[in-house]
Design a protein around this ligand. Structure first.
Ligand code: NAD
Ligand code: LMR
Length: 349
């Protein structure tokens, strides 16, 4: 009884500040007409486990709004039975998209198709570019001031697509658009922890660049941990191609979903805490950045301090070894090409 009263008082006292969060691509991929998969076992993709984690962000989220072109009413009904004060609504089909987005503060977008073995993320461009563009158009007309977290691949191109759509609509705010690259830092901590036999939660690797193969640049020299050249090369390769490892192991049924849900929830939680006024929160994320703007790279991931209005301070790359300089020189041309491809898609439409 006492506990119930206490809980009710705490919730009521700050309820007005909680945020409405939408997840676009929130259901599962079974029966997904845009996917070429026919899945017999339930496969939740990223949206479902991510929504499950966000339903538990009591104190940060007031309303979790789930949108997909399939299955969302069932997922929403299921999640709504979890005893947290976060309200859940499900919206299915494009005629319900605006209702899903109405009043949103944060919109998380894992909508789109995942890779199969042998594909690059760029191979997803033809399908996912159109999906992200149409979702961006809906966000521009319905919740232009929200913060947008883009998970859909290829992130190096989908983030510029989103930016360009918002620019065309006259509502672009560079502080509110984030490519979610958290999985790269999560993997980097895990792999370094395994190699050095230390707790991975104590390992922090600054991963810069973009989110695909050579554009993922882990700055192991900044960890303060000693590596042999052999360890450095093996770890760098594993961090750059960690996504392929999962795609191969899943053998045609998709790419990382559970680790991505954990990484996406970590980034969303960090942003929500910062939006609520917590200070000193830093996460690496792919944003419009001055860091390599001189070299023509408009979007780049480095550590970013988050604040009440999204991006607060973009940190520089910092000190790098000769080996990392070489990695960066391979990252830059690829990243520029990916960014330009995203822009061209919207400009030519
Ligand atoms: P999935 O197929 O399981 O789920 C995607 C969902 O998007 C499906 O439920 C589908 O119905 C939905 N969808 C399709 N078109 C939509 C639209 N117009 N509006 C709303 N929803 C729509 O795929 P997944 O495994 O969840 O992966 C989703 C995306 O995330 C892929 O592009 C994948 O490559 C990417 N991904 C990114 C990272 C990263 O680190 N940024 C990590 C893993 C996966
Ligand atoms: C990942 O890094 O796991 C994602 O980008 C999915 C993929 O295609 O590898």
């Amino acid at each position: 009884m006492m506990a119930t009263k206490l809980f009710a008082r705490n919730f009521a006292s700050s309820a007005v500040a909680y945020k409405k969060v939408a997840v676009l691509g929130a259901a599962s991929r079974d029966a997904n007409p845009l996917s070429s998969y026919l899945i017999l076992l339930q496969q939740g993709g990223i949206g479902q486990p991510l929504s499950l984690l966000l339903k538990q962000k009591t104190g940060l989220v007031s309303h979790l709004s789930l949108f997909d072109i399939v299955n969302t009413p069932g997922v929403a009904a299921d999640l709504s039975h979890i005893n947290t004060p976060v309200k859940v609504t499900g919206h299915k089909g494009n005629d319900q998209l605006d209702a899903a987005l109405e009043g949103c503060d944060v919109v998380v977008i894992p909508a789109g198709v995942p890779r199969k073995p042998g594909m690059t993320r760029d191979d997803l461009f033809n399908i996912n570019a159109g999906i992200v563009k149409s979702l961006a158009e809906a966000c521009a007309r319905t919740c232009p001031n929200a913060h947008f977290l883009i998970i859909s691949n290829p992130v190096n191109s989908t983030v510029p697509i989103f930016a360009e759509v918002l620019k065309k609509a006259g509502v672009y705010n560079e502080k509110h658009l984030f490519g979610v690259t958290t999985l790269d830092v999560v993997r980097a901590s895990t792999f370094v922890g395994q190699t050095k036999e230390v707790d991975p939660t104590d390992v922090h690797v600054h991963v810069v660049g973009g989110h695909s193969g050579p554009t993922i640049v882990p700055l192991l020299s900044q960890t303060g941990i000693e590596f042999t050249q052999e360890q450095r090369e093996a770890l760098t390769n594993r961090i750059q191609y960690g996504g392929d490892e999962v795609v191969k192991a899943k053998d045609g049924t998709g790419s990382a979903t559970l680790s991505m849900a954990a990484a996406g929830a970590r980034f969303a939680e960090s942003l929500l805490k910062a939006l609520h006024g917590q200070e000193g929160i830093v996460e690496p994320t792919f944003v419009q950045s001055p860091v390599l703007a001189d070299e023509g790279v408009e979007f780049f991931s480095t550590n970013v301090e988050l604040g009440t209005d999204g991006v607060k301070k973009i940190h520089p790359i910092g000190a790098t070894s000769e080996y990392e300089k070489e990695l960066l020189s391979k990252c830059v041309p690829e990243l520029k090409k990916n960014i330009e491809k995203g822009y061209a898609f919207v400009r030519s439409a």
